[in-house]
Design a protein around this ligand. Structure first.
Ligand SMILES: Cc1cc2nc3c(=O)[nH]c(=O)nc-3n(C[C@H](O)[C@H](O)[C@H](O)COP(=O)(O)OP(=O)(O)OC[C@H]3O[C@@H](n4cnc5c(N)ncnc54)[C@H](O)[C@@H]3O)c2cc1C
Length: 449
């Protein structure tokens, strides 16, 4: 065999799997057909957060009348900064791979057989294979992407000039983040969401608060909207069926944030005995092992949640196991949304738990009760803890700092720390994290703030 391990796909899942396996003494080759860092670093998390963080800075200045100079975005320079950040992170990843002796081969990998991979005509062999080929946007029949005025999020974010009236299909994580971005660039923004709430699957109150904030910013949100594109020759026209009416909605650009599929076209899954689920995502166990014991999978290609948070962790777990260290996926994977008001969630919603027959109680602390929220000039939002017995089963936070605070709660949940144990923890003052202390206080003794 040429190598112990061949990793196909150099996104965050593939990079973390390769680095870990190599650190643990395996000879590793990583094949990437495009760019190291994959979707997250080059096209998704990092670029979108660079843009949104800039937007939030501008929003913050404009909502602070005591700051006398005004601010506005220079989109061209912002995009230059985005390119710089992407390069810096990607180059660091490439240096890490090189210093940890991971061999990187540029090219399109194709599975020839068990442990045999062809890369642009050359065959490489390895004992173990890791599939970390990610997922790709799906062109849906009702919203066919055309590369012109019906686009996927990445293409839309990279337009040099953004048209005025933007219709976003899907009010999930990407839809909410993009709406925030485009609205801050003074565009007319409409979200079309099929389900009865924005952010389907998220806590209801959190979704309501998000909708309220988006509408305050001037974004139109349609819920229960069964829509389809009826014409995209010059402008984009949608027919929108609502529960009691139907409308035509017209824009200059449609951004389709729904629909992705596992990227498995070259992997010959059936031939090597690797099973996929009904939606085409590779089935893995908690160690990232597929139905073929010599093949592992990590990241988007291994199914939901489709997040870099999960992909990075799953890559590490796979790398650990390849290197002989028994390692399993975390039970709780937090998720963050970087909208105008940040969102952080981990675990289940109260509704989901009740549906499953679990008896839960909830405690909600409004951000306006926390002194730091006032000094940050963002007093909207809340933290809701969902507790079963003495353990936190879900945390749902919206407000400044939510994407950071949620990690502390995930830590408590993963380690099984009880509410009573958390009561003994001191949170520094004045910080947003005090909201956790206050929630625990209210659950055990009563309100202090
Ligand atoms: C707009 C947007 C914003 C997002 N923001 C966030 C966020 O803030 N936080 C978060 O956690 N997640 C976010 N995500 C999701 C996140 O980007 C993905 O979940 C993550 O990138 C998946 O990583 P991966 O390594 O599994 O796959 P990918 O990043 O897709 O990497 C797969 C790699 O495999 C390569 N490849 C595929 N097939 C082959 C082959 N046959 N041969 C060689 N190479 C191949 C591809 O070129 C690619 O580089 C966002 C997604 C979008 C669309």
């Amino acid at each position: 065999m040429d190598f112990d391990v061949i990793v196909i796909g150099g996104g965050v899942a593939g990079v973390s799997a390769a680095l870990r396996a190599s650190e643990l003494g395996k000879s590793v080759v990583l094949v990437e057909r495009d760019q190291i860092g994959g979707e997250c670093i080059n096209r998704a998390c990092i670029p979108s957060k660079t843009l949104i963080d800039a937007v939030k800075t501008v929003n913050r200045v404009s909502s602070s009348p005591w700051i006398v100079s005004s601010s506005a975005l220079d989109y061209a320079r912002l995009n230059e900064n985005k390119a710089r950040i992407i390069s810096a992170i990607k180059e660091k990843m490439e240096r890490n791979l090189s210093s940890k002796n991971v061999r990187v081969i540029k090219g399109n990998a194709k599975i020839k057989g068990q442990g045999e991979v062809e890369v642009d005509g050359r065959v490489i062999t390895a004992d173990y294979t890791v599939f970390s080929t990610g997922s790709v946007p799906l062109s849906l029949p009702d919203f066919p992407l055309n590369g012109k005025n019906v686009l996927d999020p990445w293409t839309a974010m990279n337009l040099k000039e953004i048209k005025n009236r933007i219709i976003i299909v899907g009010g999930g994580v990407a839809g909410v983040e993009l709406a925030t971005l485009f609205r801050a660039l003074n565009k007319e923004v409409t979200i079309l969401e099929l389900m009865p709430q924005l952010l389907p699957g998220f806590d209801k109150d959190l979704a309501i608060t998000t909708k309220k904030r988006l509408e305050e910013k001037g974004i139109r949100v349609y819920l229960n909207a069964k829509s389809k594109i009826v014409n995209s020759e010059s402008t984009v026209k949608f027919s929108v069926n609502l529960p009691n009416a139907s409308e035509e909605v017209e824009g200059d650009l449609a951004v389709v944030t729904i629909g992705r599929k596992a990227s498995t076209e070259n992997l010959n899954l059936k031939e090597i005995g690797v099973e996929a689920d009904q939606r085409g995502y590779i089935k893995v166990d908690e160690r990232g092992k597929t139905t073929n014991p010599k093949v592992f999978a990590a990241g988007d290609v291994a199914g939901v949640p489709l997040s870099a948070t999960k992909a990075w962790r799953q890559g590490i777990v796979v790398g650990d196991n390849l290197g002989g260290k028994d390692s399993k996926m975390s039970r709780y994977i937090p998720s963050s949304i970087f909208a105008d008001m940040e969102i952080g969630t981990v675990g289940k919603t109260a509704d989901d738990l009740r549906k499953a027959g679990v008896e839960v109680k909830e405690v909600t602390v409004e951000m306006r009760d926390i002194p730091r929220a006032w000094t940050l000039n963002e007093i909207e939002g809340f933290l809701k803890l969902v507790v079963a017995g003495d353990k936190i089963e879900g945390a749902h936070m919206i407000g400044e700092g939510a994407t950071e605070v949620i990690n502390t709660i995930a830590l408590a949940m993963e380690l099984g720390i009880s509410i009573n144990q958390l009561y003994s923890v001191t949170f520094s003052h004045p910080t947003v994290s005090e909201v956790i202390g206050e929630a625990v206080q209210r659950l055990t003794r009563g309100e202090i703030y």
